[in-house]
Design a protein around this ligand. Structure first.
Ligand SMILES: *Cc1c(COP(=O)(O)O)cnc(C)c1O
Length: 219
C-alpha cells in the first residue's frame, strides 16, 4: 500500500519537486517501508516524535520539521534536522541560530506565511517578514540560511480559494527574493501542497510538497 502510493506519486510529481513523506503519528515500520521504496525525505510536526524516530532509522534520512515550533524544543533536533519549515519569528530564528552554532552547523529554514483565511494557522505576513529581514538582529545570525517560504492553504474544498492562497505565497516568495535574496541561489524553495491539494500547488509553482495521509493512510 505505502509502496504503491509512493510509486503513484512519483509518476505525478515532477523530478524538480521534493516529495516529503509526512509520517507524523505513524509507526517506525511504516517509515521503514517507505525508506525501502527509496523515499528519503520525511516530515514530522513534533520535535520529540521526530527525535525518537530518527534515532531508530537510517542516518541518511532527511528530516523536515513541518509543524509549529517552540523555542525550547530547538536544541533537541539541532544536530540533525535537515530543514525547519515553520519559522515565523525572529526569536525562533535566534534560538535556531544559537543551537546550530553549538553543533557547528548552518541550519536551513523556511519562513512560514499565513496565507489561509482561518485564524488558527501560524505564520508571518509580508511586512512582518520584511521587518525581520531588514533588522540588525537578523544580520547577526551566521548559523541559519533561509531557503524559501512555507504556507498552508485553508481547509476548504473551494479550489479557487486554495488556488488564490497558493498564488499569494508565490507572490511573497518573488517579492522577498527580489528584495533580500537576489544573489542567493539557496533561496529557492516554496513548500506548499498536502494530500488534498499537492497537484494544484505544483501547478502554481510549489517546489516541496508535504504529503501524509495519501501515502500512509488516515490518521
Ligand atoms: C500533517 C501535515 C501535512 C500532511 O497532511 P496530509 O493531509 O496528511 O497530507 C502537511 N503539512 C503540515 C504542516 C502538516 O502538519
Amino acid at each position: 500500500m505505502i509502496q504503491e502510493q509512493l510509486g503513484l506519486l512519483r509518476t505525478e510529481i515532477p523530478r524538480t519537486v521534493t516529495l516529503i513523506a509526512v509520517s507524523k503519528t505513524k509507526p517506525i515500520s511504516d517509515i521503514a517501508i517507505a525508506y525501502a521504496a527509496g523515499q528519503r525525505h520525511f516530515g514530522e510536526n513534533k520535535v520529540q516524535e521526530m527525535v525518537e524516530k530518527a534515532a531508530q532509522l537510517p542516518s541518511d534520512i532527511k528530516w523536515h520539521l513541518i509543524g509549529h515550533l517552540q523555542t525550547n524544543k530547538v536544541k533537541y533536533m539541532a544536530g540533525f534536522v535537515h530543514l525547519i519549515h515553520g519559522v515565523d519569528s525572529l526569536k525562533l530564528l535566534e534560538e535556531i541560530n544559537k543551537q546550530a552554532a553549538k553543533v557547528a552547523r548552518i541550519q536551513d529554514v523556511l519562513l512560514q506565511f499565513h496565507i489561509a483565511q482561518e485564524e488558527t494557522k501560524f505564520g508571518l505576513n509580508l511586512s512582518e517578514a520584511q521587518d525581520l529581514l531588514s533588522s540588525n538582529a537578523y544580520e547577526q545570525l551566521q548559523h541559519i540560511r533561509i531557503c524559501g517560504v512555507m504556507g498552508m492553504a485553508s481547509f476548504t474544498s473551494d479550489q479557487k480559494q486554495i488556488s488564490q492562497e497558493f498564488e499569494h505565497l508565490i507572490q511573497i516568495f518573488n517579492q522577498l527574493q527580489e528584495e533580500f535574496f537576489k544573489n542567493h541561489d539557496h533561496f529557492k524553495e516554496i513548500s506548499m501542497g498536502m494530500s488534498g491539494d499537492y497537484q494544484l500547488a505544483i501547478s502554481k509553482g510549489s517546489t516541496m510538497v508535504r504529503v501524509g495521509s495519501k501515502i500512509f493512510g488516515g490518521r
